[in-house]
Design a protein around this ligand. Structure first.
Ligand code: FAD
Ligand code: UDP
Length: 386
């Protein structure tokens, strides 16, 4: 093993925790800081003091993956309970199944099509184009055709992202399946679950290693970085450079909490696709823990509103507008020219990463750092394409 190094990990979210763990297990010392007063970043969960319901504080979080190594890693740090995410979508006073499946299609068009008939029917409505779709809108029109696109995707997406869907990347919509069966599982991955004691307990277990020191309520800007051999930065890329080239676009969220009689909406997440409803979705948190749901007669719901992130807001979603690429490229070039720091995570790499992808990448970053130290080489600024 190489001589132990002292690293500063900025951010105690999943990425920071997993990188710190990889380094500590290889014999290095990791000091993890976070400006929030809790660990786990945006997947933080806590029990609501009034009702006892486990609340997903920064919005609904379901773990789903096809990556066997990631699944094994998370299962070492929590008891993953079986969970199957089902989402309903309200459109024009009716409730439909999401993602779009045979039930959605038959209900929306008032038909009783078979799987093959529905496939042919949607194919006739779908737009056709050369090569890969460039924008969300192009992707949507090719994916489901105009009628379904306008009902289920156009309004919701404008509210969620605050811009016309023709300025958004097609990749956002590629997250969702389209099914010509009655399967309404929101995800298509082999593994799916929710930690029995919530995500924060899982992240606490990841951070629980003698080689890791944790300091909460500690912004990076208050630290003297020269004390460390290397920094892993999981905060916003543009913030690290004092927004020198301007601000990258992010969406922030406002969560409006209410305690109501249980059950309220009968499912974990109800999307509101109509543009005249101001919130994007309502989450009813007790449905994330079916194993404890029977005990609650009161329920916690949160209405979620999306807005452009201002300087004081939490940046939840990297916007990645098609026309933002030039600004991102400037920051990436500046990062690559900076020694002693590696950028990672949803904010550090300005990427729309799910938790499994955040863990996968963090394991890769940890391995890259350990290998570089072993060889006496300087670690790269980014381990994955940005
Ligand atoms: P974060 O969780 O953002 O952690 C970064 C941490 O760095 C934060 O705690 C922040 O306080 C800290 N920080 C930033 N800057 C500084 C600084 N300068 N100084 C000190 N600390 C700093 N993924 C799924 O797999 N399934 C889902 O269902 C799902 N739903 C989601 C719903 C919403 C509303 C959102 C926003 C995300 C969702 N995700 C989901 C994605 C998931 O939240 C991320 O994959 C995961 O949290 C990424 O972890 P991270 O550590 O990279 O980033
Ligand atoms: N989307 C939509 N209508 C819906 C659900 C999703 O238009 O009812 C679009 C929206 O643009 C969203 C994207 O599909 O951002 C991806 O959906 P997902 O549920 O993965 O979003 P997330 O959970 O990350 O907010």
């Amino acid at each position: 093993m190489s001589e132990p190094r002292c690293l500063l990990i900025v951010g105690a979210g999943l990425t920071g925790a997993v990188v710190a763990r990889s380094l500590a297990e290889a014999g290095h010392h990791a000091t993890v800081i976070d400006e929030r007063d809790h660990i786990a970043g945006n997947c933080h969960t806590e029990r609501d003091p009034e009702t006892g319901v486990m609340v997903h504080v920064y919005g609904p979080h379901i773990f789903h993956t096809d990556d066997a190594e990631v699944w094994a890693f998370i299962n070492r740090h929590c008891q993953m309970m079986p969970y199957r995410h089902q989402v309903k979508a309200r459109v024009g006073g009716q409730v439909y199944a999401m993602p779009v499946n045979l039930h959605t299609i038959n209900q929306f068009f008032g038909t009783a099509l078979s799987p093959q008939e529905a496939r042919d029917f949607v194919a006739r409505q779908a737009a056709h184009g050369e090569g890969e779709a460039r924008s969300f809108e192009e992707q949507g029109l090719r994916f489901v055709g105009r009628a379904l696109y306008e009902a289920f995707f156009q309004g919701y997406t404008r509210k969620q992202w605050g811009v016309a869907p023709d300025r958004l990347p097609a990749a956002i919509l590629k997250r969702l399946p389209l099914r010509f069966t009655y399967d309404d599982n929101y995800f298509f991955h082999r593994h799916q679950g929710i930690p029995r004691e919530g995500y924060t307990a899982a992240v606490a277990s990841i951070l629980n290693h003698p080689g890791i020191a944790l300091h909460l309520a500690t912004p990076f800007e208050r630290i003297a970085p020269d004390r460390f051999d290397h920094i892993v930065y999981t905060g916003p890329l543009d913030r690290y450079f004092g927004h020198a080239f301007g601000r990258l676009g992010y969406r922030t969220l406002r969560f409006e909490r209410e305690v109501v009689a249980a059950p309220y909406q009968g499912t974990a997440v109800m999307n509101y696709c109509d543009p005249d409803v101001p919130h994007t979705r309502i989450t009813e948190h007790m449905y994330f823990a079916p194993w404890e749901m029977a005990q609650f007669d009161r329920s916690v719901i949160t209405r979620e509103y999306s807005a452009a992130a201002g300087p004081a807001d939490i940046p939840y979603y990297p916007l990645r507008l098609l026309d933002d690429k030039a600004l991102l490229d400037q920051y990436v070039a500046r990062a690559r020219a900076s020694a002693g720091v590696t950028f990672a995570g949803r904010l550090g790499s300005y990427a729309y990463l799910d938790m499994d992808a955040a863990i996968r990448r963090a394991l890769d970053v940890g391995a890259h750092l350990c290998a570089a130290f072993e060889k006496g080489a300087s670690p790269d600024a980014f381990v994955h394409p940005v």
